[in-house]
Design a protein around this ligand. Structure first.
Ligand SMILES: Nc1ncnc2c1ncn2[C@@H]1O[C@H](COP(=O)(O)OP(=O)(O)OP(=O)(O)O)[C@@H](O)[C@H]1O
Length: 263
């Protein structure tokens, strides 16, 4: 089929109303890579992830997933393949943590059937991996913002999909749990050849963890490619409007950026 090609995004345009938000994106994303999607507030990152998951459909252009058009892909098959950690999540009313994580198994459970042993195993594994097993019986609405976000990440892990899409999945987490999630994602890519596509505001995290970085600016791809060659001071300046210096950092074993506000 496609030597590792997962998403083939062909000249897509999308608008919510009359003003276009996605203005002609052409992009190919391959299996077994960690992609960072970066760009200024309101440039279209969440909209782009929604288009990749098929929850929105471009008005022009097409997206293919593994060689088939996304808009004709059977929804259940798609849900087995793609797990999203959204930027905003409805934690529902009266659900416990384990109910919420079990929702990640829904694509794998037949209609009218009950969850089986494998489903509960995946729930247990995900709770343990994220380190929230002790919270499993707690009502989700009684948790802190960061705890809720970790539950939503655990739900995505329980889905056991080949692609994980993170929309600022660590925005409420302290530095330890942020690194935990990024390390976990990196391991899924390295050991299981899964694919991670993550919207990330912190460019230093993107520099430390991503194989490739795609800059979106005003609904278009400003640049996309291997992290080391794509992340440049001039691109950061033109896309974000700040001054920066990039240097090699031995401690994190990655390029890291310092910034200056340009008033
Ligand atoms: N449901 C909606 N209806 C109308 N306009 C929308 C809707 N959702 C987003 N927009 C607009 O589309 C544009 C892109 O929004 P989007 O959420 O994709 O940006 P983003 O890059 O993810 O931003 P951020 O970094 O702030 O999360 C913005 O101008 C936003 O106001």
């Amino acid at each position: 089929m496609n030597n590792g090609l997962l998403f083939n995004v062909k000249d897509i345009f999308f608008s919510y109303d009359s003003a276009p938000v996605i203005k002609g994106i052409r992009l190919q994303l391959s299996r077994g890579k960690f992609y960072g999607i970066v760009g200024p507030n309101g440039c279209g990152k969440t909209t782009f992830l929604d288009l990749l998951t098929g929850s929105r459909t471009p008005q022009q252009g097409t997206i293919e997933f593994k060689g088939e058009r996304l808009d004709s892909y059977p929804k259940k098959r798609l849900a087995k393949s793609l797990a999203l950690v959204p930027q905003e999540y409805d934690t529902g009313f009266g659900f416990s943590v384990e109910d919420m994580v079990l929702m990640g198994r829904h694509p794998h459970i037949d209609r009218f059937a009950s969850p089986g042993q494998e489903d509960w195993q995946k729930v247990d594994q995900s709770l343990e991996l994220i380190g929230i097993d002790h919270l499993r019986k707690r009502p989700i609405n009684s948790l802190s913002g960061g705890q809720k976000q970790r539950v939503v990440v655990a739900r995505a892990l329980a889905q056991n999909s080949e692609v994980l899409l993170f929309d600022e999945a660590t925005s409420n987490l302290d530095i330890k749990y942020t690194l935990q999630i990024f390390n976990l994602a990196r391991q899924l890519v390295d050991k299981e050849e899964r694919t991670v596509i993550a919207v990330i505001h912190n460019l230093n995290l993107a520099a430390a963890y991503c194989d490739e970085i795609c800059f979106i600016n005003d609904g278009k791809i400003a640049a996309c490619g291997p992290t080391a060659s794509t992340l440049t001071e001039s691109l950061i300046g033109s896309v974000f409007g700040v001054d920066s210096r990039i240097s090699w950092d031995e401690y994190s074993n990655s390029h890291q950026i310092s910034y200056r506000y340009k008033g």
